[in-house]
Design a protein around this ligand. Structure first.
Ligand code: HEM
Length: 410
């Protein structure tokens, strides 16, 4: 047996531990890695080996993931020893409350929840519809074929989050490039830290402007809190980075990857295109979120106390990896889970996470996806891939899954 300074690793060292993340490049582009699917059936809690040699627990079942994500004995604090980092870090590119525990997490999150409340977001529907229609008009007036990512999938959520935050959309090249670099795990620590530093500096400058000339937007409301001493300027800028990044990167990938999946399932595409009932469209969005899992490779946590679950004991200080892509394919919860079925009730999916860190922006993401999916294929009924589905550049190296480019024609 190998002896290291870490008894947990000793226990795991000679047991043929699987590496994580597992290779999905060879399978269906919409499915979790085949090995991960097998793991769910064979042994739902197992140790895996990460890039740095650490051996956290991998949790694959829907019920176990929800139990742990809802358990106050697990921490999302990335600075704690044992936290299973997805890539090397120098600790200088951690973004805001998504990586903190209560009470700090709750203090910061509470300051912005009002802007993402369902009613407030629903009031944005006409504005979102206008943005989607304008982008389709521009796309149809431009070259054919075109890259749908640049022409549509990225601009739509970027325009929406810019309007909500009060970020000038003219800066989109800058913030899209740096956001994309920040979640690209194949880049070096230096490159990702530089991207984070650039975004933080940009948001800090914007905060300065909002302090001087407040407007009717979310960053201005944070600036007021800075003025009132409730929030430091650094905390406000960090929150701005989180909201700007999370507000466009994930939804853009859902739009592009969702389009690929629908074009590959023409019967399902027809169902969505012909639907007039908002409930049918809303259900289709939930199923696409379940099926595609753009935040695929997992929630990351560390145990604060010993936790007994599924016949195992996760010891205090041990890392926990909870990939939502595999929980969303759990046959205990979803019948025939690898099948895209827009008519199923997919509402129990964990594509937005679970527990106190559950996605703050989910009402906005849902609204954008409902408007996009119910408009794009109706207005462009001949939309088709302009390349083979196998040849698309999938984001195997990203913390957010999707396609880098999506050539389409009509
Ligand atoms: C389809 C699009 C989206 C998906 C799939 C998604 C997914 C997720 C997931 C899985 C988490 C949980 C992270 C964890 O538990 O560690 C999360 C958190 C978060 N999301 Fe989203 N998200 C989406 C869109 C958005 C949008 C539009 C915003 C708007 C700003 C947003 C803002 C946030 C924030 C601020 C958090 C942190 C919440 C917290 O820690 O309390 N997301 N998201």
């Amino acid at each position: 047996m190998t002896i290291t300074s870490n008894p947990a690793e000793d226990r795991a060292a000679d047991s043929g531990i699987l590496p994580f993340p597992m290779d999905r490049a060879t399978g269906c582009p919409f499915d979790p890695p085949p090995r991960l699917q097998a793991q769910q059936q064979e042994k739902p809690l197992v140790r895996v080996r990460l890039w740095d040699g650490s051996t956290p627990w991998l949790v694959t079942r829907h019920a176990d993931q929800r139990a742990l994500l809802g358990d106050p004995r697990v921490s999302a604090d990335i600075t704690r020893p044992g936290y299973p980092r997805s890539a090397p870090s120098n600790g200088r590119n951690n973004i805001s409350f998504i990586l903190m525990d209560d009470p700090e997490h709750a203090r910061l999150r509470r300051m912005v929840t009002g802007s993402f409340a369902v009613k407030r977001v629903q009031a944005m529907r006409p504005a979102v519809q206008r943005i989607v229609d304008d982008q389709i008009d521009d796309m149809l007036a431009g070259p054919n074929p075109v890259d749908l990512v640049q022409a549509f999938a990225l601009p739509v959520p970027s325009l929406v989050i810019c309007e909500l935050l009060g970020v000038p959309y003219d800066d989109h090249d800058f913030f899209q490039r740096n956001s994309s670099a920040l979640v690209k795990q194949s880049l070096s620590v230096e490159e990702r830290t530089a991207a984070h530093g650039a975004l933080l500096g940009y948001l800090d400058d914007l905060m300065g402007e909002k302090l001087a000339r407040p407007a009717d937007d979310l960053l201005s409301s944070l600036a007021t809190r800075v003025k009132d001493g409730e929030l430091s300027r650094e905390e406000a800028a960090q929150m701005g980075v989180l909201l700007l990044l999370a507000g466009h990167e994930t939804t853009a990938n859902m739009i592009a990857l969702g389009t690929v999946a629908l074009l590959e399932h023409p019967d399902q595409l027809a169902l969505l295109r012909d639907a007039d009932d908002p409930k049918v469209i809303a259900a289709a969005v939930e199923e696409l979120l379940r099926y595609l899992n753009v935040t695929h490779s997992g929630r990351r946590r560390v145990a604060l106390e010993d936790i007994e679950i599924a016949g195992e004991v996760i010891r205090a200080g041990e890392g926990i990896v909870l990939p939502n892509e595999i929980a969303n394919r759990d046959p205990e919860v979803f019948t025939d889970p690898d099948h895209l079925d827009l008519e199923r009730d997919a509402r129990r999916h964990v594509a937005f996470g679970f527990g106190v860190h559950q996605c703050l922006g989910q009402p906005l993401a849902r609204l954008e996806l409902q408007v996009v999916y119910s408009t794009l294929y109706r207005r462009v009924p001949t939309l088709r891939l302009a390349t083979d589905v196998e040849k698309l550049p999938y984001k195997h190296d990203g913390a957010v899954y999707g396609v880098y480019e999506l050539p389409v024609a009509w």
